[in-house]
Each structure stands twice: as C-alpha cells, then as structure tokens.
Design a protein around this ligand. Structure first.
Ligand SMILES: [Zn+2]
Length: 204
C-alpha cells in the first residue's frame, strides 16, 4: 500500500468488503446504474477506515493553503456516512475540530445541534464518504456560508459522478478514487433493463 493509496488499492477495499457491487440498481431518484457503492460497509473494518482517512488527509495536507490553516481548521460532514471519514481525517491532520449536520426527517433542511455556532471567518473542509450528486454537500456549503464560515475544500473517499453532479466551481476537490458508473435516466432508457437483468432497488 502506498502512502497515498492508488486508485486500484482504494477500489479493492470496497470490493473486498461488499461495499461496491456490480449489477443493476435503481436509486431513489429513479436513475438506473450498473454499480452501487456503500462506503460505510468498508468503514466497518477499522484498519480500512484508518487507511482511507489517513490517505485523504495526506491529499489535503499537500495543499499549502490548507496546510497553513490546519490548527484553526474545522472538518464538517453531513450525517452519517461521512462521520468515520471526518474523524479519521481530523485525527490525522490534527485539525482543530470536527462536527456534523443532521436531519431527523426526510425533506427537512440540514441543521447543526443547538448552541453549535461557527465563529466568523471559520475555515471549513467539507468531508464525506462519497460525492455522487453533491446535493447534500451543496446544502452543507450554503448552510455554513450563511452562518459566516468559509468552505476551503471538499474531500471524499470516492468520487462517483452522475450526469447531474453539482459543479462546485473552483472549490478544490480531493478524492482517493473515481468510479465511472453507467447511469440511465429511467427503465425506458436503460440498457440493463433491455437485457432483462434483475433490478435491485437501493435505499440511499
Ligand atoms: Zn434498468
């Protein structure tokens, strides 16, 4: 294993732990895909959690601007898949603090715990296990900025872009591996449906 694990070394971890599956899947959004990834299944194994979050922290540390702000840096994640990544990155970087936003019910906005307040100009790295549509990270970024913080970078274990992935512009994006799955808008446009492959519905 390299100091910063290679794409192949990273992808081997979710494959081995059942976190990355090949098949025919339907996402809650209606998209069909040939690949499904649940990083938390890999994060069950402490050594893998360590390898992945330390690797990600090294990518962040290589950015001299981020390196210069580490002692004041906040690492923030949306619930819940990002938690083991955020704690691992914070520990490896020795960043100042780590916290998360959450929502109790679908459809309500992400929020922080009562009394958790950003200090003016707080510098934040947003962390998650995966960047797929970017919807949650976009919401987090808006929420943090509305509360006076500055988001200085995004870091995810795996980047799995879809046709609708949100564009974060110039914001530095760090990831350990990129997966190029095939996506189909719906059953009618899906090659896998056409081949008659059994379809599995996934929750998240
Ligand atoms: Zn299909």
């Amino acid at each position: 294993m390299h100091i910063i694990p290679t794409q192949d070394e990273v992808v081997a971890i979710p494959r081995e732990t059942g976190a990355l599956r090949d098949g025919h899947f339907q996402y809650p959004s209606g998209l069909h895909s040939n690949e499904y990834l649940q990083v938390p299944l890999a994060m069950r194994y402490f050594q893998y959690q360590k390898t992945l979050s330390v690797g990600l922290s090294r990518l962040l540390r290589a950015n001299s601007e981020i390196r210069a702000m580490i002692k004041d840096l906040s690492v923030v994640t949306p619930m819940t898949g990002g938690l083991p990544v955020a704690y691992g990155v914070t520990e490896a970087l020795r960043a100042k603090q780590v916290y998360w936003a959450e929502r109790e019910h679908d459809g309500e906005p992400l929020h922080f715990r009562q009394y958790l307040e950003q200090h003016p100009g707080e510098q934040v790295v947003l962390v998650d296990d995966i960047l797929r549509t970017g919807k949650k990270l976009k919401e987090m970024k808006k929420l943090l900025e509305a509360r006076g913080a500055t988001v200085v970078g995004l870091a995810v274990v795996i980047y799995q872009p879809t046709p609708d992935t949100f564009n974060f512009g110039n914001l530095p994006l760090y990831y350990l591996a990129k997966l190029e799955a095939s996506y189909y808008a719906d059953a009618e446009h899906c090659d896998l449906c056409r081949q008659g492959l059994p379809l599995e519905k996934v929750w998240i």
